[in-house]
Design a protein around this ligand. Sequence first.
Ligand code: ADE
Ligand code: ZN
Length: 338
Amino acid sequence: MTDLISLAANAPKAELHLHIEGSFEPELMFAIAQRNGVKLPFASVEDIRAAYNFSNLQEFLDIYYQGMSVLLCERDFYDLTWAYLKRAAADNVIHTEIFFDPQGHTARGVAFADAIGGIARALGDAQDKLGMSSKLIMCFLRHLSEEDALATLEEAQPFMALIDGVGLDSSEIGHPPSKFERVFAKARELGLHIVAHAGEEGPPDYIWQALDILKVERVDHGNRALEDGKLVARLADEGMCLTVCPLSNLKLCVVDDMKAHPIRAMLDAGLKPCINSDDPSYFGGYVNDNFAALIDALPLTRTDVEQLLRNSFEGAFLAAEEKNKALRRLEDYLLSVG
Ligand code: ADE
Ligand code: ZN
């Protein structure tokens, strides 16, 4: 088991489900709050961490939006992103696809240019200094209106060269993918990649809608797909990647126990899950911690772990040549460890 944990830890991998605002460690949050003269409703880093006990998605989101409210200028977004990228490199992430929530910033008066500028500058440095490639995915907050999402897509126009895709996140139940049909149609016309959170708390029907109405290329989470045999068959048939987030699922009570995590069932059903950290600062672990938690709790074989690692590259929005290069790097690593 320990061997499998280190095999996974040392392997080159991609991370495909990471909210940059969810990587905000309390130490950095305090430092940025102080330099911006913003008061946090917590006395210490320990107090912040002690508040990270959630019984559902909404309880987490309330504290997540509060945390990001100290981010005001370009440098803040750079520091946040650079801290994640360095930490991800330590987990042997060689390619990352990052979500950001512009509406969580522009609604507070932060300039779109400052948020995306700081994130993109750090991603450029990751390529130059860490050899890590990346894509940037702009998420729409589903608890807000479609008009707000359309206005955000409009506001993003001058920055299209920095944006690779759009996603859908925030409070799932009561905000089905169908609410965002028009804005996703526009995003597709612009040639953007399409993903959406679906089936984290919401029913299988939301996953059908993500496929049929939004025309997603990946499903973020997708846990509840397993309740619907026809949906499982469709996802398996299409080789649809599911970006699964085990520690997130545990912290948000999507699963009661890691031993009950559906990753085993997903693999057995021929689905294509990969492993991700979602909001690592809030959920207690980066991508390698997620692999370790699963391997500890479940009867995963080396073949399973290898498949999960391969899926991370196969599901990535890399061009074919880059994808093959990354997959070859993984296969070389797997051969080298015997
Ligand atoms: N925003 C950040 N993390 C999220 C999650 N796990 N689900 C939905 N929205 C999110
Ligand atoms: Zn997420």
